[in-house]
Design a protein around this ligand. Structure first.
Ligand code: MLC
Ligand code: AMP
Length: 517
């Protein structure tokens, strides 16, 4: 039984499970159904296995696997066992993974059965246990837990104890592990559950990846708080979403999903008539996407704004008119201010940085106390690096970012990380990477490279090949050009805006050529 006073997030979910545990939790497109009873038993078996393998409360469990119901059960098992769930984007390559293993020092790593890269890294790094899990649920993880008991007494956790670590890159230095507590996650899920008016019988169509905040904590946690069901897709495919929309009541996506759905000839008001809530976030939603989606579906997208360090921060109101770019009001319990460079509050309409406080705000960066301190003001506000103004009615409107970052298809990409790899290539003098407008991904990268005097010019394919070796593919710039020099201002700083303007025409030509290819 769940302890109703427990602050372990799993117990908070457990207390809200349907009375009849036979109710479906996940329905797969092929027809397979996993009930709440199946969730309870599978996560208990996995929690027993984690414990048997010596996992102690606070130990990290690194998980880099394809999306599957079993991966969700593993997340819940980590909560139950008091372990820290640490999911990794499946696109990460060896260099990126090695950094995460060295930094997180996991007790257990779970990876795809065919993943020789991570297997080798685990051996080098002396990871105690490596288990496997494939997209179809096969692998040593499920084999080894099959004989375990289907019940498990949740390990008590204080509300400030860690539930998860998610890595987030940055404009300087290496990625940082964002430490999220049981209370960070439960408070945010409870708030969203209430604000978005989840009710019995809701069905979420889940097509997001489950290694980032959006698909993991927003989508899964609100469903679990509601004790209701999901149609669970392995990944986002517009045709599949179109097929299943009539059976769902809630859909969540990044702007790219809405771009693709709006362009789909089968999107009609009738197809969407069962949906009460189309939610969008993780990146800016363009006004044209908001409008074209509304024109075809007769539905206004509800925008919300969040980040790894804070979960969800603002949301539009379900009962009020909406427009693109307005990401709504601060969530109940969240204090949000928009300030100038001296941290002074700005009047409505003036643009400044968003700073926040609230129970959703992370505990700190894993083993980086100085970096944590840097990102907070003296009076305890977290500096988001997002630029916004308040609209007359108090809605937050995000207009840009103070951080040198682009968001491509909902994934954050930091130019600094790409530039460092290009700059290390033989003969390269320096490089600059900028985010350019992209019709599908919202933004995508353009790299401009200069060569040392006398060095033979590298061609863009060689640069691309080098980047693909060390970086997740979504970070690799879509266009790479070699130039004579980079434009600099009087302070010697590369003028990225000038680069964007200089290459704009070439960029659009490149996109057009690739679209024809
Ligand atoms: C894939 N590609 C991308 C890309 N995804 N390029 C740039 N940006 C992306 N996001 C490239 C691949 O490298 C490949 O190129 C080609 O596109 C096809 O790959 P694919 O895997 O078949 O693409 P697809 O399945 O179409 O995936 C695109 C996508 C996916 C948009 C469906 O990226 C996605 O699901 N994004 C969601 C991200 C997300 O969940 N963000 C939430 C973060 S949480 P090549 O050249 O290699 O063949 C957060 C907090 C908050 O931000 O507020 O929510
Ligand atoms: P991440 O670190 O992946 O959690 O990304 C968080 C960043 O995504 C935020 O700091 C914003 O820059 C951006 N973001 C999230 N939601 C929105 C939104 N609705 N509109 C604009 N930008 C957003």
């Amino acid at each position: 039984m769940a302890d109703s006073r427990s602050t372990n997030l799993f117990d908070i979910f457990r207390a809200r499970f349907p009375k009849d545990l036979g109710v479906p939790f996940m329905t797969l497109p092929g027809g397979d159904v996993f009930s709440y009873a199946a969730l309870d038993a599978a996560s208990a078996r996995l929690a027993n296995l984690l414990t048997k393998l010596g996992t102690k409360p606070g130990d990290r469990v690194v998980v880099q696997v394809e999306k599957s119901p079993q991966a969700v059960f593993l997340y819940l098992a980590c909560l139950r066992a008091g372990a820290v769930f640490l999911p990794l984007n499946t696109a990460y390559r060896a260099d990126e993974l090695d950094y995460f293993l060295a930094d997180a020092e996991p007790h257990i790593v779970v990876c795809d059965p065919g993943d020789a890269t991570l297997a080798a890294l685990c051996t080098t790094r002396g990871i105690a246990h490596r288990l496997t899990l494939a997209a179809d649920g096969s692998g040593t993880l499920m084999d080894q837990c099959a004989g375990e008991a289907a019940t498990f007494t949740t390990v008590p956790r204080a509300s400030s104890d860690l539930a998860s670590i998610l890595y987030s890159s940055g404009t300087t230095g290496k990625p940082k592990g964002v430490m999220l507590s049981h209370n960070n996650l439960s408070s945010n899920a409870e708030t969203l559950h209430r604000l978005w008016k989840f009710k019995p019988g809701d069905v979420l169509l889940h097509s997001l990846p489950i290694f980032h905040v959006h698909g993991l904590f927003v989508a899964l946690n609100t469903t679990l708080m509601n004790g209701s069901g999901m149609i669970f897709h392995q990944k986002f495919v517009a045709d599949d979403v179109i097929r299943d929309l009539p059976r769902a009541t809630v859909f969540m996506g990044v702007p790219t999903y809405y771009v693709r759905l709006a362009a789909h000839p089968a999107l009609t008001p009738r197809l969407c008539s069962n949906i009460r809530l189309f939610l969008c976030g993780s990146a800016p939603l363009l006004p044209e996407t908001f409008a074209s989606f509304a024109a075809s579906s007769a539905q206004q997208i509800v925008e919300r704004y969040g980040m790894t360090e804070a979960g969800m921060i603002t949301s539009a109101d379900l009962d009020k008119p909406r427009h693109a770019g307005a990401v709504g009001w601060p969530l109940p319990g969240v204090t949000l201010r928009i300030v100038d460079t001296d941290n002074r509050d700005l009047p409505k309409g003036e643009t400044g940085e968003i700073q926040i406080k609230g129970p959703n705000l992370f505990v700190g960066y894993w083993r980086k106390p100085e970096k944590t301190a840097e990102d907070f003001t003296a009076d305890g506000f977290f500096k988001t690096g997002d630029l916004a103004h308040f609209e007359p009615d108090g809605m937050v409107n995000i207009v840009g970012r103070a951080k040198d970052m682009m968001i491509s298809g909902g994934f954050n990409v930091y130019p600094k990380e790409i530039e460092a790899i290009i700059d290390a290539l033989p003969g390269v003098a320096e490089s600059a990477v900028v985010g350019m407008p992209h019709p599908d991904f919202g933004e995508a990268g353009l790299a401009v490279v200069t060569m040392d005097a006398g060095a033979a010019a590298l061609n863009s394919d060689a640069v691309r090949a080098a980047l693909r070796e060390s970086l997740a593919n979504f970070k690799v710039p879509k266009m790479i050009v070699v130039a004579e020099a980079l434009p600099r201002n009087a302070m010697g700083k590369v003028q990225k805006n000038l680069l964007r303007a200089t290459y704009r025409a070439q960029w659009y030509l490149h996109l057009a050529e690739n679209a024809r290819a």
